[in-house]
Design a protein around this ligand. Structure first.
Ligand code: ADP
Ligand code: MG
Length: 376
């Protein structure tokens, strides 16, 4: 089911005159193609849950419209929208068994939607099978792990065969390993059922790993929509650049002059198509190469070796953060403590920069500056 959001806005009026109204969702327009999984991503308070609740019908928009396919559902109550909802806290009925919990939404169907007992059981077992909890049907929620409870909640959302599946931070209560496993499960189920799904999270890695497309929000306003890798490689502004990626992008003050990018006094890259100006330079952690005659000179803080990757942490006076972090393959021989004891903390190290990992942003607007960047 295609979902269309048309200039969707939600304003929460202030309770007293001292505070301004909150515009939780501000003029959000987007067409979600049938069968896609969309990750709605942004920091806490940016309007993700409000957006989801507008789509579900739990909230009414201040202005704008919502369509499911051809149907204008803006005025339709939640129970008639054909949605499945899953929240962070699994919200199961504690006194009912897993089977009864999953059957519950079906027992309330009325009129032409009403199912026979056999049909209900068949659907319940089918949904339980999808999330692989078929053998837990007679337990109570209290006898399940968090991950299993969340599977029950997902089965309960799927059993009505929803047109649209809405998930609000469904993995946030799970421990790290289970979170990883369950997000892969959600992806598998979504692929199998092809239900258009909107997945809300503040965790960029989670959104990047399972979404067909991500929507990055900030203070109620959509910042960028795109395939995860596209948004990571080509962020439209500094906020998006910073929000995606772990470790995060490094930001330094720089200057474009005579087709050269300067960081401090050093010309580090060739730049074409940019007028002379002060800029912010974003450098992804994987954008550094150790090079003895490299153009960027930094002061070594420490090396962290973590299996496959090593982080070389250093300082540079142009950096907005106290330290700059690069990620290099451990094979690149970066363990100075062992290989080069003379290169201890405080010594100078030099890097070359990988042009496609370097981005320029306007100093004032923080918008991305279109530029052709190359090594000398
Ligand atoms: P997120 O899910 O991204 O953390 P929310 O959508 O819950 O963000 O909230 C977005 C903004 O709207 C926040 O500033 C929040 O305080 C405000 N907000 C959410 N619900 C209400 C409400 N019922 N009344 C007033 N303000 C609200
Ligand atoms: Mg929320």
């Amino acid at each position: 089911m295609e979902v269309i959001l048309q200039n969707l806005t939600k304003r929460f009026p202030s309770r007293n005159k001292k505070h301004e109204d909150v515009i939780a969702v501000n003029d959000f327009s987007f067409r979600i193609p049938d069968g896609e999984l969309i990750g709605l991503l942004g920091p806490s308070g940016c309007g993700k849950s409000t957006t989801l609740n507008l789509i579900s019908g739990l909230l009414q928009p201040t202005s704008g419209k919502i369509f499911f396919g051809e149907d204008d559902v803006t005025e339709l109550p939640p129970e008639h929208r054909g949605i499945g909802l899953v929240f962070q806290n699994y919200a199961l009925y504690p006194h009912l068994t897993v089977k009864q919990n999953i059957l519950f939404p079906l027992q309330n169907l009325k009129g032409k939607d009403k199912l026979s007992k056999e049909e209900m059981l068949e659907r319940a077992y089918e949904a339980a099978g999808l999330v692989q909890i078929g053998e837990l049907m007679d337990r109570k929620p209290g006898e399940l792990s968090g991950g299993q409870q969340q599977r029950v909640a997902i089965a309960r959302a799927l059993v009505k065969m929803p047109r649209v599946l809405l998930l609000d931070e469904p993995l946030s209560n799970l421990d790290a390993r289970l979170r990883l496993q369950t997000r892969e499960e959600i992806r598998r189920i979504q692929r199998e059922t092809k239900i258009t799904t909107i997945f809300v999270t503040h965790d960029q890695e989670e959104a990047m790993s399972i979404s067909d497309r991500i929507v990055v929000m900030k203070e109620g306003i959509v910042q960028q929509i795109g395939k995860p890798q596209e948004v990571y490689d080509n962020p439209d502004n500094l906020f998006v650049a910073r929000f995606l990626g772990t470790p995060p992008i490094n930001v330094l003050e720089g200057r474009v002059k005579d087709k050269q990018l300067f960081i401090g006094q050093e010309a580090v890259l060739a730049v074409d198509g940019v007028a002379d100006q002060e800029v912010y330079v974003g450098i992804r952690p994987e954008g550094f190469r150790l090079q003895e005659d490299g153009p960027l000179t930094c002061v070594l803080s420490r090396v962290e070796v973590m299996g496959r990757d090593s982080s070389v942490v250093f300082t540079h006076e142009a950096s907005l953060n106290p330290t700059v972090r690069s990620v290099l393959s451990t094979d690149a021989g970066v363990d100075f403590r062992v290989e080069h004891p003379e290169k201890a903390e405080g010594t100078k190290i030099r890097f070359a920069l990988v042009p496609r990992k370097v981005m320029l942003f306007h100093k004032k607007t923080e918008e991305r500056i279109a530029a052709t960047i190359q090594s000398f």
